[in-house]
Design a protein around this ligand. Sequence first.
Ligand code: CS2
Length: 493
Amino acid sequence: MSTTPQHLTRSHRGVSIRELPARAGILHLGLGNFHRAHQAVYTSAAIAADGGDWGIVGVASRSRSVVDAMRAQDMVYSVATISPEGTSLTIPGVHTDAFVAAEEPQRVVAGISDPGIRIVTLTVTENGYSYSPSTGHLDTADPAIVADLRGGGPRSTIGQLARGVQRRAAASGAPLTVLSCDNLAANGPHTKRLVREFLELLPDAEGAEALAYLESSVSFPSSMVDRIVPSTTPELRAEVSSLLGVRDEIPVPAEPFTMWAIEDDFAAGRPAWEAGGAVFSTEVGRYEQMKVRLLNGTHSLIAYLGALQGAETIPDAVTRPDIERAARAVLAREYTPSIQVPSGVDIADYERQLFLRWGNTALGHKTMQVGTDGSVKLRQRIPEPALLSLDRGEMPHLIALTVAGYLSCLAPRPGFDPGPFATAMKDAARERLAPIASQARSGSEIAERSIAELQLFGEELAERPAFIARVGDLVDTIVRDGVSAAISDSVDA
Ligand code: CS2
């Protein structure tokens, strides 16, 4: 008898699997775990409630592994909702196809121009938009953008969108919605601006028609997405497979909490995502600020301070009394006063839930994962609230501590060992930070060179010497006296 366990497929009867939508209406760029546990789940609920040809073609940017596994499993996989109370499985089953953009770039362009596709959704991370963190504009020095402007199969997400829009304008001219689902402030207008800047750089004969079409027929609603989705581990694969009774190679772990606030500006229709709990709102900007600062900003603080203290996971970090104290202080003093709460949201309850979510030990979200790509993530999370405090005449000590934690992890002073979890954090700025760190004799030099010279957190913070000096002090305190001393120094300041 064969002992090879069977793979999950559409014919599996263990957990109910949605009938495949007849056709795809959505092309999704960024087939990572987040998309598969968020938009896919809402789309499944929308189709169940309201039908519609809203199948999703999933496009992975470079990696073959998920695409191969999706194909081997008839495009189905499970989402494991994990809490200390237990694990439950759902199978969204809404993907009609999947492929890898790096292997078939022209297929991305053709997909965007296909009139059956009415929405292009994006989860390409803060890092995937090819913009300069200091100016917010398209990074025309980015080699992928340079190549995409020249022509051929586009490599960058912005190049793919722009070339797809260009082809669609010339072909059907059918309206289209581009929906960013990444943690960027005003992610709709931001994405539109970058696509427009790309098209403006093309010769007139190529770009003019596309630019006119972009203005008249493509909408870019903003959206705020929220669900903590860690990486898949071998343990999860084993647990899910044993719950299902067949092998699922690509289950996605996710927390029970999920939220999606979307601006209702769709040029060519949309799924009934409200059936899955999405909120259509005119206040998406407020939702974004609340989430990007309160959840993500504080998440970064927990990740950097936690990693420096040797905590592998966010729940391990946030349940340490001093880190919890720092998290509560940054929320109360610096982030919450910087936002306008969306109508109907109970902010005290939102904050209470944040601690439960971060403390989800069963989920085991890693400090390394949250700390990765800090240079682009922090750019979204900290400058605006920091500037608001500074303009009120108050030093944002805890935001300064977040930056000092980040610099201690990514640009450690000679002789300072930030530990294995900080060392494992990936960041495009590492290369630029390395010479700064290796030559530095003090924290103030590291802070000055990274914040003022490199303008790592934008042009405005680069011109705030008091803030930069405070970050420098805290870097020195971390090196000399440790993270707990730096926390006390910031919270009690
Ligand atoms: C996290 C986010 O990795 C990070 O930087 O802060 O991925 C966070 O888990 C999600 O935005 C939650 O919605």
